[in-house]
Design a protein around this ligand. Sequence first.
Ligand code: FES
Ligand code: FES
Length: 232
Amino acid sequence: MTDQALSIATTVNGSPLSTRVEPRWTLAELLRDHLRLTGTKVSCEMQVCGACTVLVDGDPVSSCTYLAADVHGRAVTTIEGLAGGQELHPIQQAFVEEFALQCGYCTPGFVMMAKALLDENPSPTTEEVVHHLEGNICRCTGYAPIVAAVLRAATLVRERADGWTPTSQRPPFPIRRPGTTSLRLDALAKVTGAATYAIDMAMPGMLYGKAARAERAHARIVGIETTAALTV
Ligand code: FES
Ligand code: FES
């Protein structure tokens, strides 16, 4: 911590948090590196892909560019805070049911963006869902299942509001895809933010690697100075 570190008081997934942050820290850095809430993913780190979406006072923000100091006095909700105990949030359940994920790296961002939409508009049209999600990028699932999942989630939210009990009245994950009866084994981890990827790993004394690019486009390597590296 430097002398410029700031004291903030915030709420993260319903729990009060008082801590100190560096002025340069992003919210993603606070969540992932310091609170170990790695369900929030980072990819582009320039507010282009939506993978890092979390809610601040209910509004979706790109945590990769939102400063951690700016959550002072505000409430942060991440993918880890969405499920109620053992029960998935309807959006998470719908993503499972509709097979709206593959690698799952983009999934927390989509789920949080969908949460913001359904909180504001509980019965969106397909066009409204598409428009709302246009800032989120998925490279492997395709968008049709994701849009279907958000529309399905809207129905589930209404059903639960009407008193429907998912665990007692029908299976929690009715799989409706023709010819299949099984659930994706990794789906629950991916919709809850529990899935870990290489970038989420942290070990004591872990070293970080970085590619050092040549400063010349055409040159012959006659030697590599390794003294500094060997002292690590
Ligand atoms: S990682 Fe934040 S928008 Fe892509
Ligand atoms: S599920 Fe892989 S990027 Fe969307």
